[in-house]
Every structure is written in structure tokens, then in C-alpha cells.
Design a protein around this ligand. Sequence first.
Ligand code: MLY
Length: 275
Amino acid sequence: IYQSFDWSDYMKETSSVAAPQECFKQAPTPPVNDFKVNMKLEALDPRNLTSTCIATVVGVLGPRLRLRLDGSDNKNDFWRLVDAGDIHTIGYCEKNDGMLQPPLGFRMNASSWPMFLLKTLNGAEMAPTKVFQPEPPTPKSNLFVVGQKLEAVDKKNPQLICCATVGAVKNDQIHVTFDGWRGAFDYWCKYDSRDIFPVGWCARAGHPLQPPGQKSATAPSRFKRPSGIPNPALPEGGSTGTGNTNGTSAVTPAANIVLHIRGSCSGGSPELPPS
Ligand code: MLY
């Protein structure tokens, strides 16, 4: 029987606690998102942080923006919070004596960049200063403790924010582990990463939260919404990219598979295909 995900019940069941707000470089009250699709702004090229490029808002989800660099393809979209420190109004780069650059993988000849820039900005809807929200302060040190719960962007599916646990802490980094996904999506990040959020942030932000995966071959996660029950966090008939309409994703987590291996069999070398 389907049960919507509740952090408080889940943390009781798992005898766990939430990482406190003070750990995060996130506003306690998620910022309002007044950006609109098609607005243009300046952003650093995520593939070449020395370049400031023109980006277009191609999607909005809670306080997050789905951005596409002008002159790039639709395969390199990235996400930013409306209070990200690396997005600015058009004109910011030039005001600071910088030059707008073509994105890595600019689809035209480099010599056509000046004309492309002129044309892409001509008559464009530029995001006004007021929609850019101030960046929250950085905590003074890494305050995370192993075992604490949080909400974290799945970097392989960056439209998703998921239930996660601090798996390890080392110097200024934490290991983010995704509950019920057996390590496949885990990563290290700095404690002040903008991709990690306190428990309850998605609910406060009006952003969908992916419930824990379910480490079973057959049993579907009791938190997964059966198809037919709409996700209220998504726009009407809304799709956010690679996810599906039930607010989960197409692939289920790694199964608990029982291997029956003869005592005489070595089983082969792990992680490598048979030679
Ligand atoms: N590979 C899946 C997505 C899995 C998402 C895992 N996250 C929630 C940790 C897919 O692309 O459908």
C-alpha cells in the first residue's frame, strides 16, 4: 500500500537525525523564484569556469533554474538555485571588464561569435536584477556528522533531489550517500556545496523530493507513487526531463540477488568481464 514519504516517520524508523540547518550554505526559507522561462542571464560555463556565457532559462522547478548556454546544444543543460553566486544580469561581465565568451562546444565557427552574440541578445527578455536572490552565507566550518540525513541533488540526474545520508566526513568534504541506492550515485562534495539541503527543504521550497530507493528485486518502494496518482509538486502533466510522471525514475535500485555458486567455482574476478 502506497504511503507518501514523511521524513519524521522515516528518521524514527531508521533511528537517525537530520543535519541541522547551520551545516548548510542554504537559506532556511527557500528563496522565491521569479524567473520565467526564456529569460536570459550570464552564467559561468560549467565545463569551463573561466568563461562567462549567455544562458537561457529553459525550465523552473521550485527555487531552481534549468539553464542552457546560448550557442550550445540541449545536451548540456545545468541547474542553478536562484540565489547562486555565479549567475548575474546581462551586463555584469562587461561592467567588470570581462568579455562574454562562446560556450565550450559552440556550434558555429568561433569567428561568428560576435554576430551570434548580437543576434541572441537582440530583443531578448533579460532577467531583471530583482529576481536574483542574495547568496546565503557560508558556514565557518564543516559541521556535518556521519549518519545525519539530508536532501541532495543526484549529480547523474541533476533535476532530482533525493533522500541522503552523510556517509563520511573528511576535512572540508562530506560523502553523500543516497538511501536505498547501494552506492551507485554517491559522491564527495565540499560542506558548503549548493547541491545539499537540510531535511524539509524540498517541502518548504515546493520542489519534488525523491523518496529512498528500495533494495529489493520484487517489492516496489512503499514510497513510490503508483502511476495515476499525480505528483502535486510538478506542473500539470509536468515532466522535468528524465524522470517520469510518477515522480520516480524508470530504473529500480540494485536488487538483492541470491547467487548459488558451487564450492568449486571461484566466481570469477569481481567488477571485470570474463576474459
Ligand atoms: N538511473 C535511474 C535514475 C536513478 C535515480 C537515483 N537517484 C534517485 C539516487 C534512471 O535514469 O531512471
